[in-house]
Design a protein around this ligand. Structure first.
Ligand code: 4NP
Length: 158
């Protein structure tokens, strides 16, 4: 199963989602053999490491994002990935617009995997205060556990 996380710049939310799922899946769901990546819909930060505020907040919870570099989502991604998970409605709309007619990836909002939180979007922390980065971590940790639960149920049913 190949999972791609999408936000706007690929330096805050989607790299956090990638690092958190990588870490939780390695510990709790190695059997699912997830391939995990992230990308942005905008190219402002291509080639850049995650925002220092994002990396610092993640490191405080034990997630190492230092190897990640920003890239833009490409047409081939819609073939290569099974699941493309957007951080917010705006980016989901952009993805739906850009998806080639032949794309096989399923597109949806990541927070749909944490329905107990009743939150649809991971808010963009870029222009806000330090709490925003903690909130991103709280949300994507919940969604990661929900996604793993969902994929487990699916693999049992298959
Ligand atoms: P992200 O956050 O989409 O979570 O990576 C942002 C990063 C950069 C910008 C906006 C949001 N920017 O405008 O440069």
């Amino acid at each position: 199963m190949k999972v791609l996380f999408i936000c706007l710049g690929n330096i805050c939310r989607s790299p956090t989602a990638e690092g958190v799922l990588r870490s939780i899946a390695a510990r709790e769901a190695a059997d699912l053999e997830l391939e995990i990546d992230s990308a942005g819909t905008a190219g402002y930060h291509v080639g850049a490491a995650p925002d220092p505020r994002t990396s610092a907040a993640a490191a405080r919870r034990g997630y190492d994002l230092s190897a990640l570099r920003a890239r833009v989502v490409e047409p081939e991604d819609f073939q290569r990935f099974d699941l493309i998970l957007a951080m917010d409605e705006d980016n989901l709309r952009t993805l739906r617009r850009r998806a080639p007619a032949t794309g096989r990836a399923h597109l949806q909002l990541y927070m749909e995997f944490a329905p107990e939180l009743e939150v649809r979007e991971v808010p963009d922390p870029y222009y806000g205060g330090p709490n925003g980065f903690e909130e991103v971590l709280d949300l994507v940790e919940h969604a990661a556990r929900g996604l793993i639960r969902h994929l487990r149920q699916r693999s049992r049913a298959a």
